[in-house]
Design a binder for this molecule. Structure first.
Ligand SMILES: [Zn+2]
Length: 388
């Protein structure tokens, strides 16, 4: 059965802190330290005792990117905003124009955002030998940027590339931005003006309005004198040069994809809502869960089923589960049935803290513990006291 990316809009429960001692910052550090460093419960299975990370939008908030569900599971950026569905993108030239116009305006903000302290801390935990791999639902590529030496699996794809729906060739998104500027000079002027005003540097609709960026009730940007219908995007260069058999790829004299074409459509290399996750990715993330001894969720409400089912898979294998997320998590009570409220953390941890504060402190705590371990006197050098 294909695994589809679908949104989840039901209300989320309030977090129950586990163990109870993790309700303070220091208590949470102690519990997370125990979660990472206690002997694995499934040591006999031949697993290496490492933890797999599953991260979501919450880890990128400190980089200036909006957590679109917000801490209360609401759409904070724009209440009426609805992401585009895969079938709309593939079937509808008008929907694609609108998608690429919005993406064109939003790209600069994403492109200049950088990984934050929480991503760096994940890399440091990897260097301390604690992490086997990272699975992320984020499409911002901050994990591979922050810790290229630690394996990252991007469950929902990535915005750094576009991909052709016909031939699957991938292209650099930065170059694509230049192509869009050349095809849409009025939009390019408007973008330059909005960047100069600072209106695109904030996600707050009120601040944006103050700085001269008007948005429609449905969240679209009002570009003076320009309609979404006028936005143009290029065709896949490979398909243009060698159209797939039986297909037609046509463009205007200056390089815009024409709706008389039947192939060569470029899509962001993200898994859109309603789109199937490729089997290779599905298998890789399942393997990453199966080879780990523990799973730790960072900044996700597990709203998409593709992420939630990985936790369910870990739970079915008896793996201890940790969740650090501000606010509730979909069906979280199911994951802590074997984690006592008065426990130490090794059976499971649930806390509601800011990742860019707790993760760097956790790195220090684990590093100090490992340092203490290596400074213990070795047994063979132990000398009995002369008076014994
Ligand atoms: Zn192509």
């Amino acid at each position: 059965m294909p695994l589809m990316r679908i949104p989840y809009t039901a209300p989320l429960p309030n977090p129950t802190i586990i163990p109870a001692s993790a309700s303070t910052f220091q208590g949470a550090l102690t519990a997370l330290n125990d979660f990472f460093t206690a002997p694995p419960v499934n040591a006999a299975s031949g697993k290496d005792g490492n933890t797999v990370i599953l991260s979501g939008a919450g880890i990128s908030v400190a980089s200036g990117l909006a957590d679109y569900r917000g801490s209360n599971g609401t759409y904070t950026l724009n209440k009426t905003y609805r992401p585009i569905y895969f079938h709309e993108f593939t079937a509808n030239h008008e929907a694609r124009k609108r998608y690429w116009a919005r993406s064109y305006l939003g790209w600069t903000n994403l492109h200049k955002s950088r990984p934050n302290k929480a991503h760096a801390a994940v890399g440091a935990l990897g260097q301390l030998g604690q992490i086997s791999s990272v699975i992320t639902q984020n499409v911002d590529s901050f994990h591979p940027q922050a810790h290229p030496q630690l394996k990252t699996l991007e469950l929902h794809g990535y915005l750094r590339s576009t991909v052709c729906l016909s031939c699957r060739t991938e292209y650099n998104r930065e170059q694509f931005q230049h192509d869009l500027s050349e095809l849409n000079p009025a939009w390019a002027d408007f973008l330059a003006e909005m960047l100069a005003s600072g209106a695109l540097a904030t996600e707050n609709p009120d601040e944006r309005r103050m700085k001269g960026l008007k948005t429609n009730p449905d969240g679209d940007v009002d570009v003076p004198g320009v309609e979404y219908g006028t936005f143009r995007y290029p065709a896949c260069p490979v398909c243009l040069a060698h159209p797939p058999e039986g297909a037609r790829v046509e463009q205007s004299a200056d390089g815009a994809w024409l709706p008389s074409s039947t192939a060569g459509i470029l899509k962001p290399a993200v898994i859109m809502f309603g789109e199937s996750i490729p089997n290779s990715v599905k298998t890789a993330v399942e393997h990453a869960v199966d080879e780990a001894s523990r799973i730790l969720v960072l900044g996700s409400s597990l709203a998409t089923y593709s992420a939630w089912r990985l936790l369910k898979r870990a739970k079915e294998q008896g793996m201890p589960i940790g969740i650090v997320n501000l606010g509730g998590v979909r069906g979280e009570e199911l994951f802590f049935t074997h984690a006592p409220v008065d426990g130490l953390g090794r059976e499971g941890v649930r806390c509601s803290l800011s990742l860019e504060e707790v993760l760097p402190a956790l790195v220090e705590r684990i590093r100090a513990g490992q340092g203490a371990a290596t400074h213990l006197p070795r047994h063979d050098s132990f000398q009995p006291a002369p008076w014994a």
